[in-house]
Design a binder for this molecule. Structure first.
Ligand code: 48H
Length: 262
């Protein structure tokens, strides 16, 4: 039998603390912060990291995937329509054709491969961290990063101040509540953001509308995925995920373009 290497407790702790702190030293000045590791956030992370931008995803929960895992009423299959199938094929997700241009995928496979691709491209996904505010600058008014706190600390109700992470672009990929954009709208009237709220279901038009409306809501602050519905008052679409993936890809393309300009 192979002999298992003996590692003392203090060394285990030292390695973890040292390597974690090295990562955080790097993360505090990021190119792009993505809030939320759902389908739109992880797709954006993949394309941004692939383009060479230092990209970090903060996810409140201790797992990635957002709404993918819950599927439709917890059924484990999701619907994808073209042209999102091309993106999923790039991620290695197997697609079963069920109609012309329409496919079903396995929820667990979808979230696992999405995360794996984003991480392999160089994006950092940090779990258990909640973004609860933004950093702003004047002349011109803009978002310049985020405030982060451990989700567990937030849940405890303890009065603990956050850490700040600076970024050239912040993506709200928090889903239905558009949490980051909502905080900015409330605290920074000079950014002129309004959050009218999403509309009821109209799947056939919602998918295209989400993709078309993905983009900046204020300088330095972008909306992707269901957050776009919340901010632009668009209908929801239910458990069809093509637009989430295409919105993540589009926000990445827009940010890459904007950051190359500046
Ligand atoms: C850190 C946060 C914070 C925060 C939230 O909901 P998601 O899956 O988001 P999308 O937009 O990529 O995908 C939406 C899709 O899952 C969906 O719900 C669809 C298609 N619905 C259609 C319909 O009609 O209902 O993921 C958002 C992620 C989650 O993992 C949250 O835990 C996380 O963001 N999150 N993370 N700080 N403040 N708020």
């Amino acid at each position: 039998m192979a002999s298992v290497r003996r590692v003392p407790e203090s060394k285990i702790s030292r390695f973890i603390v040292e390597e974690t702190m090295k990562d955080w030293m790097d993360i505090v000045e990021s190119d792009v912060v993505i809030v939320g590791a759902g389908p739109s956030g992880m797709t954006a992370a993949y394309y941004l990291a692939k383009a060479g931008l230092k990209t970090v995803v903060f996810e409140r929960r201790l797992g990635f995937g957002g709404g993918i895992g819950g599927g439709a009423m917890q059924f484990h299959r999701l619907v994808i329509e073209e042209p999102a199938d091309e993106v999923l094929s790039e991620f290695g997700v197997r697609l079963k054709k069920v109609d012309e241009g329409v496919y079903v995928v396995d929820a667990a496979e979808f979230m696992a491969k999405l995360a794996s691709k984003a991480i392999d491209a160089g994006a950092k996904i940090i779990l258990g961290v909640t973004v609860d505010d933004v950093i702003f600058r004047e002349d011109p008014p803009r978002v310049a990063g985020v405030a982060v706190e451990w989700t567990a600390t937030q849940m405890s109700g303890l009065h603990v101040d956050p850490l700040f992470i600076s970024a050239k672009a912040v993506v709200d990929a928090t889903g239905h509540d558009a949490e980051v954009i909502s905080v900015a709208a409330r605290k920074l009237p000079e950014l002129n953001i309004s959050v009218p709220g999403e509309k009821s279901a109209y799947s056939e038009v919602a998918e295209q509308l989400v993709v078309d409306n993905t983009g900046p809501v204020a300088p330095g602050l972008y909306a992707a995925g269901m957050a776009v519905c919340e901010v632009k008052s668009l209908p929801r679409m239910g458990p069809i995920f093509g637009a989430m993936v295409l919105s993540g890809k589009r926000v990445a393309e827009l940010i890459i373009h904007d950051l190359r300009k500046s």
